[in-house]
Design a protein around this ligand. Structure first.
Ligand code: MRU
Length: 379
């Protein structure tokens, strides 16, 4: 059961404060999401009072982006426990709501493990639910801290890689406060560079078909007062060739054990362009996005989304006269088949560096990834 409310005036201070929050009104606990399908036109809260509503919000991208999916999944388990639903069933449906971002399953498993540990130690339902909520809150906090550390490592790395004189950074999809407990991953780095006066320009890929760049990154960049310019994805090549891009900085949905990076579709072509033009291609992600159980890029499951997202110009929350329910304005002949993978995979040899909260892996190799995880998980 989901409900919608305009965001309260204090909500407009910073998107970090309201991408997602837990509330306990008299009617029972709810997870409140800033509905990202309605941005930038409207800031509207989406109230999820049960797990099916949250699963639908995840599938429709009302809440999205790898780290935030993990946080939402953990709160979803806490919601099920607090409202007396079957926690294992809830965990299973949340973990499978979208397949590619490994953080989703990670967050769900953490909260479910905390719940079960409490039950095993004899806690009654209320205390077990409180344990799941505490774990979700801990993950939320840790992600905010990880954002801060990634931004510092990322900024230092860019200073090593690039000559002084102002950075022109190209990014893809949305990786800021809207996907994180803090300032974000790749966009968190860009914000720090901007705040220290080093950003000359942020090139924002529009990110077809669902326009996370045009709708969400531009929204965050505008609120930050950054010098940013939006481009259609296929205009990136000519920008590189004109020497207008100093670095590509993007996020990740899953990093395999060999260093392959799954991220929003369109990332891999940027990596190829960057290599050809000798431009650093930097991936910024928390260690929770690294999945040592996925050996390589071929083993990453890439989400396939409905064809109408491509055959129609889709403004997600506007039900248009499109070729299917919920679609937008059709631009292809009726019945056209579309290929619509939500992500692509960049091989490690095209990635200059992976920046995490626990340090930078460069060159990107399987050994480097395993070493990072060992360091990170031991301390
Ligand atoms: O389909 P989305 O909007 O959830 O995809 C998000 C991305 O691809 C982001 O780049 C990725 O999650 C990294 S955000 C830290």
């Amino acid at each position: 059961m989901a409900d919608q409310h305009p965001v309260s005036p204090e909500g407009s201070a910073s998107p970090a404060a309201f991408a997602l929050r837990w509330e306990e009104p008299p009617e029972g606990p709810v997870l409140v999401l800033l509905d990202q399908t309605r941005l930038p036109a409207e800031e509207v809260d989406l109230l999820c009072a049960d797990v099916p509503a949250l699963v639908e919000a995840i599938r429709s991208l009302a809440v999205r982006g790898a780290p935030l999916l993990g946080i939402a999944g953990a709160y979803g388990v806490a919601l099920a426990a607090a409202r007396g639903f079957d926690v294992d069933e809830a965990a299973d449906s949340l973990a499978h709501a979208r397949p590619t971002a490994v953080n989703l399953g990670y967050g769900v498993r953490r909260a479910a493990a905390a719940y079960h540990a409490a039950v095993r130690s004899g806690a009654e339902a209320e205390r077990a639910a409180a344990a799941a909520l505490a774990e979700a809150r801990a993950l939320h906090r840790e992600d905010a801290e990880a954002s801060e550390r990634m931004a510092e490592h990322g900024q230092a790395l860019l200073h090593e890689l690039l000559p002084a004189g102002g950075f022109r950074i190209l990014t893809h999809c949305n990786t800021g406060s809207l996907v994180s407990g803090g300032e974000g991953t790749a966009l968190g780095v860009v914000k720090l560079v901007h705040r220290s006066g080093q950003l000359r320009r942020l090139w924002v890929d529009e990110t077809r078909p669902l326009l996370q760049g045009a709708r969400l990154t531009a929204y965050e960049a505008a609120r930050e007062g950054m010098a940013y310019t939006l481009l259609s994805d296929n205009a990136a090549g000519s920008l590189f060739s004109a020497g207008e891009v100093d670095a590509v900085v993007i996020g990740a949905d899953r990093i395999a054990a060999d260093g392959s990076v799954a991220n929003k579709v369109g990332s891999y072509p940027l990596a190829v362009l960057a290599r050809y033009h000798h431009v650093p291609f930097v991936v910024v992600a928390p260690t929770t996005t690294v999945d040592l159980d996925t050996p390589d890029g071929a083993a990453i499951e890439v989400e396939q989304r409905p064809g109408y997202e491509v055959t129609d110009i889709t403004i997600p929350h506007v039900p248009g006269a499109g070729s299917e329910a919920g679609a937008g304005v059709p631009v292809a002949p009726l019945g056209t088949q579309a290929h619509n993978p939500a992500f692509d995979v960049t091989p490690p040899e095209l990635v200059t560096a992976i920046v995490t909260e626990d340090g930078v892996v460069s060159p990107v190799t399987g050994d480097g990834i395993v070493e990072l995880c060992a360091r990170s998980r031991s301390g």
